[in-house]
Design a protein around this ligand. Structure first.
Ligand code: ZN
Length: 279
């Protein structure tokens, strides 16, 4: 099981040229570096970002949904793995239990060790666009909780439910969209595709399920020991139109699901070039 001394392999720390404008709105004002995987999900010593790629206004928007995912959904896990953080990582965590017999809900602050090492995510239907359906606003799927055998059981008592975190599929999907969009620009260049995701990321479109979804390829996923996250691109052809997809698997070592994000239409003449880029 991973712990503070876990060494994550295959961590990409590739360096990219400065973009010089916001990859979401195009502004050239008040630019800062954009982390491809949020800083709070990167291991200590890791650094993976696109320089000068987000304006202040868009950074305020992305910070909000990333904060909800990183603290509400993944906070205790990040602290247990000792991932990067702008603030000091917590050494204690709130543990909320619900006693089924009398309905008593109790919240206690406990040392981090007393909280199970679990990872939360979603098993989502694939993106609507890949299924040729009309754009929808609601995600279809179920919550996923992954943990190593024994890790959750030792924290459970008979008749007592344990609150593991708050999970919001839309916030999570916007975080995945941001990872996929910034990765695609870093890796393949802005000119190689017509982007679909900036409006989703900025909260100006409600149709996230059309572009962000799970991977129901039927290929069973295995835990990837020591691989923290895996992100890679792939091209896909739908009715003669090539699309650029980015696969995102956060916490791969815990056997979490893989998401497939449709980042855009591949620009005319770019497909051959993209095929030559090793994924
Ligand atoms: Zn912007």
């Amino acid at each position: 099981m991973a712990n503070n001394s876990t060494r994550f392999v295959r961590w990409s720390a590739e360096k990219y040229n400065a973009v010089g404008h916001c990859i979401y709105c195009g502004s050239t004002e008040n630019l800062s570096d954009e982390h491809i995987v949020p800083l709070g999900l990167q291991p200590k010593g890791g650094d993976w970002f696109l320089p000068q790629a987000s304006c202040g206004e868009c950074a305020d928007v992305t910070k909000r949904f990333e904060g909800l995912c990183l603290q509400g959904t993944l906070g205790p896990l990040r602290a247990k793995l000792n991932l990067r953080s702008r603030r000091k990582l917590k050494t204690t965590v709130e543990l909320t239990t619900n006693h089924r017999d009398d309905g008593c809900v109790e919240t206690r602050v406990v040392p981090l060790d007393e909280f199970p090492m679990v990872c939360l995510g979603f098993d989502l239907e694939p993106a609507g666009l890949l299924r040729h359906i009309q754009p929808a606003k609601e995600f279809v799927g179920r919550n996923v909780v992954r943990y190593q055998k024994g890790e959750l059981e030792k924290h459970l008592q008979e008749g007592v439910a344990l609150k593991l975190g708050r999970v919001g599929p839309l916030d999570y999907a916007r975080m995945l969209a941001k990872i996929a969009h910034s990765y695609a620009i870093a890796r393949f260049g802005e000119a190689s595709f017509v982007p679909f995701l900036p409006e989703i990321i900025l909260g100006k479109s409600d149709y996230a399920p059309h572009f962000v979804g799970g991977d129901r390829s039927g290929v069973p996923l295995i835990d990837e020991p020591n691989v923290l996250h895996r992100v890679y691109g792939q091209a896909c052809d739908l009715n003669g139109q090539p699309y650029l997809l980015v696969a995102v698997r956060l916490f791969a070592f815990m056997g979490m699901p893989r998401y497939l994000v449709v980042v855009g239409k591949i620009a005319d003449g770019s497909l051959e070039r993209l095929r030559r880029i090793p994924l």
